[in-house]
Write a protein that binds this ligand. Structure first.
Ligand code: GLU
Length: 415
């Protein structure tokens, strides 16, 4: 089995947290496996006239607290264990911030940058056709994830509605506003992350304008978080993407960097910065480092050299179990993925609720409800971590698991 298998990481995280539970333990085993995993073959007639078969997955981990919920990832490295792990994290994420969903995740093994728009549309529609009976507004609600966006969500909506012959916008979230998406959904993950980061920094007495930040990943989450932090007075000093990393002695302007990346395809070569290796980037002496891309960034090999005081995990699964142990020993505070990036699914929940009620909210309402959810979740999890002297990750898993297990307990152990 591959090194740092994310599914084994997720199972270990459940075990670690189960020691601190105040309720029945023997149901914990239920949470270690997804309830259903679907694998599909997607034959697509490519623009060159040839047929190509893609593989896709949907892992439905748990639906005791609400319909399965979670994004769909298009990436060449997608694999079944990764998707299963991501579905576990969705269940725990929704429970940790108290929103009434279970957890799922989907993925297709593909590099979407190598597809034309027409090929991407065919692939998306083929995937919906194959998983149609498993998804729905009260069954399982997909959303964007790595390399998927509002356009892809619009095709999912369209295909599902086409097959069901009903107008059902609540089958998918992360839609553009023009097709009944929610205001504020596109920036929600980053906004939620900044809310919890701000609360932690206040608790440990670090002022915003003294906080330097390094961001790893400059896609949707990374670029948005850079923008919000910049406007709030944080100093962004380093950014990395899949092509390399840059460091500046001064502040990096995220708007100008987005333009630079659009023109050149990467962050490298941006004015007044120098290029550094990924290794050097991870070792930078900054206040906050924000992984905002993929899993397994921090491992047993590099965690010891991390100098940041705080890690805000906007990516899912960026730290291995060993890295977590090292961070705990070094007193580096990790705001775990299932809390740090929960703003995305929280506003997905608002979008779903708006779709079902046919009552659309103002941006102010979305932002103030997001603020409420993230702030109170942070307080609950932070207090739990102080109470037991455990990491915020273990605390978030404990809070989530108590909620999920209470539901399973009351409902019976139903299959
Ligand atoms: N893909 C995002 C996540 O990992 C959002 C999921 C959703 O909105 O359902 O949390």
């Amino acid at each position: 089995m591959a090194k740092n298998n994310p599914f084994l990481t997720a199972q270990k995280q459940i075990d670690l947290a189960s020691k601190y539970l105040e309720i029945d333990h023997d149901l914990v085993e239920i949470l270690k496996e997804p309830q259903r995993v679907v694998e599909v073959a997607l034959p697509i007639r490519m623009d060159n006239g040839k047929i190509k078969i893609f593989r896709g997955f949907r892992s439905q981990h748990n639906n005791y607290r609400g319909p399965y919920k979670g994004g769909i990832r298009f990436h060449p490295d997608v694999n079944i264990d990764e998707i299963k792990a991501l579905s576990v994290w969705m269940t725990f994420k929704c429970a940790a911030v108290g929103i009434p969903f279970g957890g799922a995740k989907g993925g297709i093994i593909v590099d979407p940058h190598k597809l034309s728009k027409a090929e991407k549309e065919k692939l998306t529609r083929a995937y919906v056709d194959k998983i149609f009976e498993f998804i729905g507004p009260y069954k399982d609600i997909p959303a964007p994830d790595v390399y998927t966006d509002g356009q892809i969500m619009s095709w999912i909506l369209d295909e599902y509605n086409h097959i069901s012959r009903e107008h059902n916008p609540a089958v998918v979230t992360g839609k553009p506003v023009a097709v009944e998406g929610s205001l504020g959904r596109d920036t929600a993950t980053s906004m939620g992350g900044v809310i919890v980061l701000d609360k932690l920094l206040k608790r440990i007495g670090i002022e915003r304008d003294k906080a330097s930040v390094a961001i790893q990943g400059f896609g949707n989450a990374g670029a948005n978080v850079a923008d919000i932090l910049y406007h709030q007075g944080f100093k962004i000093v380093a950014v990395a993407d899949s092509k390399g990393a840059i460091v500046s002695r001064n502040q990096i302007d995220p708007h100008a960097l987005v333009e630079h990346k659009k023109k050149t395809g990467s962050v490298i070569g941006f004015e007044s910065t120098r290029t550094v290796s990924t290794d050097e980037f991870l070792k930078l002496d900054v206040t906050v480092i924000i992984p905002a891309a993929l899993e397994n960034v921090f491992t047993a090999e590099n965690a010891d050299s991390v100098k940041a005081k705080v890690i805000l995990e906007l990516a899912n699964g960026p730290s291995t179990i060993e890295a977590d142990e090292i961070f705990h020993k070094k007193k580096i505070l990790v705001i775990p993925d299932i809390l740090a990036n929960a703003g995305g699914v929280t506003v997905s929940y608002f979008e779903w609720a708006q779709n079902l009620s046919r009552d659309y909210w103002t941006l102010e309402k979305v932002e103030s409800r997001l603020q409420e959810v993230m702030s109170s979740s942070f307080e609950t999890i932070y207090e739990k971590s102080l109470q037991h002297s455990i990491t915020m990750r273990v605390a978030a898993f404990v809070v989530a698991m108590e909620r999920i297990l209470s539901s399973i307990n009351l409902r019976g152990n139903g299959n």
